[in-house]
Design a protein around this ligand. Structure first.
Ligand code: HEM
Length: 338
């Protein structure tokens, strides 16, 4: 396990020694190294450009406003499912250009995936992966599919001068969906829990909404939504004084690196500006999160809307419950909107 900020940085910046090819399953682009990774990343990055984000922004804003307006006031709400998961599923469905009915199958798939991860049941995990692939294949084959959806763009895209195979499209879509649903759900739970316990921060952010972007990144540095990613060593190397042999597997522990006291001092202190340059929330190096602009957009919007559509966010009667590793964040966060 790689825990220190400096060691995680060393690993991220040396992708030749620390390879992403940790599994024999196709995983685009997460499980790839250059040059293959580079070709796929330029295609994937083209979906998250400032222009693509500006085009999606009004729809994202609509989803966020409707969701917050529909929440009950003055009674306890469980924010992880009622706000986080709901936001993640609606945004993912809209971003992909899928019909709203897909939301329900995505929800079922997310729950089954979570359960398989929790119980470390590899057979169940394989079944869940298969059912997701079947669903994406169905969308690929659906003649009634919108010609402007993300899958249509992937079907007509070229990587290294050739079209993508069906299994490559499925893999890309699976990794976007996994990237979106798990981390966004978890992030919303963490943000809402943090705000409910800090009334002063709520009023600061209500009067200075321009500070929201940095505040959200800092809340998620203090309490990370994503626990781990993996690497495998391609040669014998020393890291943090430990000998790592060729073929050894390493696990990056994001929340620990982001709370390293030799970099951040008091890890719980809320210092958005000072800590931003070293914040590893979205990773670093060539695998840095391509979905970060979409994640930041929806997390800033939901936080702004929750603050603007309430006079206060208060803790509910029941305390928040932590999620169990390897999930991050909370299993439940009870709050009241006043
Ligand atoms: C708060 C939300 C999110 C967090 C904290 C997060 C964090 C990360 C981190 C730390 C990595 C680097 C992994 C590594 O080095 O092995 C990563 C990669 C990735 N993320 Fe995200 N992510 C978020 C949201 C998203 C979203 C919304 C999407 C897509 C819609 C996405 C898609 C991906 C993909 C495809 C990769 C692999 C990139 C590569 O290997 O080149 N993520 N993410």
């Amino acid at each position: 396990m790689v825990l220190g900020h400096a060691e995680v940085m060393e690993l991220l910046l040396d992708h030749e020694t620390f390879s992403n090819q940790v599994s024999s399953h196709l995983s685009i682009p997460n499980g790839m190294d250059p040059p293959q990774h580079t070709h796929f990343r330029s295609l994937i990055d083209s979906f998250f450009t400032p222009v693509a984000m500006a085009e999606f922004k009004p729809r994202c804003q609509e989803i966020v406003q409707e969701l917050v307006a529909s929440l009950p006031r003055d009674e306890d709400i469980e924010a992880v499912t009622k706000v986080g998961e709901e936001l993640a599923l609606r945004v993912q469905t809209a971003f992909m250009g899928w019909p709203a009915r897909i939301e329900e199958s995505l929800r079922a798939w997310t729950h089954a995936n979570l359960e398989a991860t929790r119980s470390r049941d590899q057979e169940a995990a394989a079944q869940v992966a298969q059912s997701f692939s079947d669903q994406v294949r169905e969308i690929i084959l659906d003649d009634g599919r919108s010609p402007v959806d993300a899958i249509s763009s992937l079907i007509s895209a070229k990587v290294d001068g050739r079209s993508l195979a069906e299994e490559e499209i499925v893999s890309i879509v699976r990794n976007w969906t996994m990237g979106e649903v798990g981390t966004i759900t978890s992030s919303v739970g963490i943000i809402v829990d943090h705000l409910a316990r800090d009334a002063d921060l709520q009023s600061d952010l209500r009067s200075h909404p321009d500070d929201l972007g940095m505040a959200v990144d800092e809340i998620l540095r203090i309490h990370g939504p994503l626990m781990t990613n993996r690497r495998v060593a391609t040669r014998r190397v020393e890291l943090a004084g430990q000998v790592i042999n060729k073929g050894d597997r390493l696990t990056i522990m994001w929340p620990q690196a982001n709370r390293d006291e030799s970099v951040f001092g008091d890890a719980d202190a809320f210092r958005p500006e000072a800590n931003a340059p070293m914040n590893l929330l979205y990773g670093g190096g060539i695998h840095i999160c391509p979905g970060a602009p979409l994640a930041r957009m929806q997390l800033t919007m939901i936080t702004r809307e929750l603050l603007q559509q309430s006079s206060s966010i208060e803790p509910g009667k029941d305390p928040s419950q932590r999620a169990v590793f390897p999930s991050g964040g909370f299993a439940a966060v009870w709050v009241r909107l006043r």
